[in-house]
Structure formats: structure tokens, C-alpha cells
Design a protein around this ligand. Structure first.
Ligand SMILES: CC(C)(COP(=O)(O)OP(=O)(O)OC[C@H]1O[C@@H](n2cnc3c(N)ncnc32)[C@H](O)[C@@H]1OP(=O)(O)O)[C@@H](O)C(=O)NCCC(=O)NCCS
Length: 190
């Protein structure tokens, strides 16, 4: 299925997901190690709902979590190694409305190669340049060290903390953010 391309980085292409991505999504969302922060691996039905939610976000918001693919890939062209993108999230400690969030989740075999950080930085830049955001967030479970590290490498710092009730558990979360002026400063000194 032809996919709408969103972003390109030195090593990656981010494109909209489509129904053909179901198997690749299962490889991530049904892996208990990848789903550590979500406290359970998804069922096939939950993966289908996740995919439908992204397609709905593209239609309603014009953005969502996107498929991350490698520019040079041995497998079929465009196969998904991860997902990264922008969603509108509730964040009670900083806003009564929803805030733009950079989210990321990668196949385990693709961890530790810098791909999540490369994709997250491109999404953050997209939020400022294309969406005109004033501040961009990542809301992360407090004990998810690799994800916290990606947020820091994305130029973000802790802005607030709160607890989310999910899957029958109270889960402490940290709110990371970078403001437009901090982002501009980073661009100028890069
Ligand atoms: C969050 C997640 C995407 C982070 O993955 P990650 O591999 O730690 O992060 P990156 O892809 O940015 O890779 C960074 C690592 O690659 C290394 N690296 C290797 N080559 C690199 C390169 N060319 N450029 C940059 N870094 C490189 C870095 O040194 C760093 O090493 P480390 O893991 O030993 O610290 C991954 O842990 C994940 O999918 N977790 C499950 C889903 C999840 O919890 N998502 C967050 C929900 S809030």
C-alpha cells in the first residue's frame, strides 16, 4: 500500500502506518520486554485497536505515531523497525487541555543504535516547525530508564511529575519538555 512519507533523517524514513504494518506492529506490541512500561504485552485485538487509533489520528489531527523504516534495509522496502511520532496527550500537571507529545517504541532487535533518538529529534523539530508548537513534551513512566534517556538526548528536561492509573496500577510518570525558545537556542548553538 503506498504510504504517505512524513520525515527523513540521515538513516531513517518516517511514514504513515497502514494495515499492511499489522505483523510488524505485533512484533513490537506483543513482545513483553518491549511492553514493559505498559505492564502487559498486547493481544492481537489490542494491536488492531492501536493501529486503528493511529489511522484515526492521521485523519483527525494530521499526525500520530508514524512507522519508522531504515533507508537501507535487507528486508522488504519500508518494513517497520519502530514507531515514533506526535500525539495529543492529557497532561494534568501542566495543562487542562492536551499537549503535543513525542512518543517512541522500537523493536528490541533495533535498540542501542541511536534510532529512537534520531527519530524523536526529527518529530520534536516537526512539532516546532510544521505544527507551530510552543512546547513539546514526552510523558514517561518514571522507571523507564531507556525512554528517559531518549527524552534527555532530545533536549528535554523534567517539567512535572504525576501518577497515571493504567492496567490496574498507579504508575508514577515524569513529564519532560522543551520550549520553543530552548529549542531555538539549541539550534543556534548546534
Ligand atoms: C525507548 C526505546 C525506544 C529506547 O531505545 P534505545 O535503543 O535505548 O535508544 P536509541 O535508539 O536512541 O539508542 C541509544 C543507544 O544507542 C547507542 N548508539 C549506537 N550507535 C549510535 C549512533 N550512531 N547514534 C546515536 N547513538 C548510538 C547510544 O550510545 C545508546 O547506547 P545505550 O543504549 O547503551 O545507552 C526502547 O527502549 C523501547 O522501545 N522501549 C520500549 C517502548 C517504550 O517503553 N517506549 C517509551 C514509552 S514512554
Amino acid at each position: 500500500m503506498p504510504a504517505r512519507l512524513i520525515l527523513e533523517t540521515p538513516r531513517l524514513i518516517l511514514r504513515e502506518m497502514n494495515p499492511d504494518d499489522f505483523a510488524a506492529l505485533c512484533a513490537m506490541l506483543r513482545d513483553p520486554e518491549v511492553m514493559y512500561a505498559y505492564a502487559h504485552a498486547f493481544s492481537e485485538d489490542e494491536v488492531r485497536q492501536w493501529l486503528d487509533r493511529q489511522l484515526q489520528r492521521y485523519r483527525q489531527d494530521g499526525f500520530g505515531l508514524w512507522a519508522v523504516t531504515l533507508k537501507t534495509e535487507d528486508g522488504p522496502p519500508g518494513a517497520m523497525i519502530g514507531q515514533c511520532g506526535l500525539t495529543r496527550q492529557e497532561c494534568p500537571p501542566v495543562s487542562p487541555g492536551r499537549v503535543p507529545e513525542v512518543g517512541y517504541l522500537f523493536r528490541k532487535s533495533r535498540w542501542h543504535q541511536g534510532y529512537a533518538t534520531e527519530a524523536a529529534r526529527a518529530c520534536r523539530d516537526y512539532a516546532f516547525t510544521t505544527l507551530g508548537a510552543g512546547e513539546v513534551f514526552s510523558i514517561i513512566r518514571a522507571n523507564n530508564a531507556p525512554s528517559l534517556a531518549v527524552a534527555r538526548r532530545n533536549g528535554m528536561a523534567v517539567r512535572a511529575a504525576f501518577s497515571k492509573h493504567y492496567y490496574g496500577q498507579d504508575m508514577p510518570h515524569l513529564v519532560f519538555s522543551i520550549t520553543r525558545s530552548q529549542w531555538r537556542q539549541e539550534q543556534e548553538t548546534a
